[in-house]
Design a binder for this molecule. Structure first.
Ligand SMILES: [Fe+2]
Ligand SMILES: [Fe+2]
Length: 217
């Protein structure tokens, strides 16, 4: 285990309060519900236990639990990393006196999504980025990515496939790639099935628009 230290009892109490907050609010974050947040938190701990970089367990857990706070009541979510850090700043003021600690947690929230265009730098930021990326892979991640999107089905599916297939190569730690392998294989399989179906559909549409079905009769 490469955690820098153990959690203090008062830190555990703060984590419990954040868990309660997340539980209460995250049903209003579209597909990014409470189970997503807890799974990212669990994966973050699993990864941190295996990496050589020393990781602060309190900063890591708070960052993982609050990483998608910017998605609550935010249908678009484009700026959820930046918005989330601002929301967390207000929330953390009531829990933590140490501003440096609070800033480290906010930086995890900013850098966890590529949309912020801020590259993760600290071990805690890289671990939560990897955990969130792993959670997106696989069948469930693909389904969540399709929720609430507007546009043609072909465009939405192609966009999701393109993004998910790139995720694996973005992971920072080799151990993260090990954890992601099974879900990544699932992503490839799902992508193949969806693409095959899109081609079949396109062919069927062509049959109708070219009147070939009628002409054959
Ligand atoms: Fe996110
Ligand atoms: Fe997330």
């Amino acid at each position: 285990m490469v955690f820098k230290r153990k959690l203090y009892p008062e830190e555990m109490k703060i984590i419990e309060r954040i868990v309660d907050f997340v539980k209460d609010k995250h049903h209003r974050a579209e597909g990014h519900d409470y189970s997503h947040v807890l799974e990212v938190c669990r994966l973050s701990i699993e990864i941190a236990r295996k990496v050589k970089d020393p990781v602060d367990p309190f900063v890591l857990m708070c960052g993982a639990l609050l990483h998608d706070i910017g998605r609550i009541n935010a249908p678009n979510g484009l700026f959820h990393g930046l918005d989330g850090a601002a929301r967390a700043n207000e929330l953390l003021k009531s829990y933590i006196d140490d501003e440096k600690l609070s800033r480290q947690i906010q930086q995890i929230i900013v850098s966890h999504t590529p949309e912020s265009m801020v590259i993760p730098r600290t071990p805690e930021e890289k671990v939560v980025f990897d955990a969130d990326t792993i959670e997106r892979l696989g069948f469930m991640g693909m389904v969540r990515g399709l929720m609430g999107k507007s546009g043609t089905m072909g465009d939405i599916i192609e966009d999701r496939i393109h993004k998910r297939l790139q995720d694996y190569s973005k992971l920072f730690y080799p151990v993260s790639r090990k954890f992601a392998k099974k879900a990544y294989k699932e992503t490839i399989a799902v992508s193949k099935t969806l693409r095959k179906d899109l081609v079949r559909r396109a062919n069927e549409i062509h049959e109708i628009s070219s009147y070939s079905l009628i002409k054959e009769e």
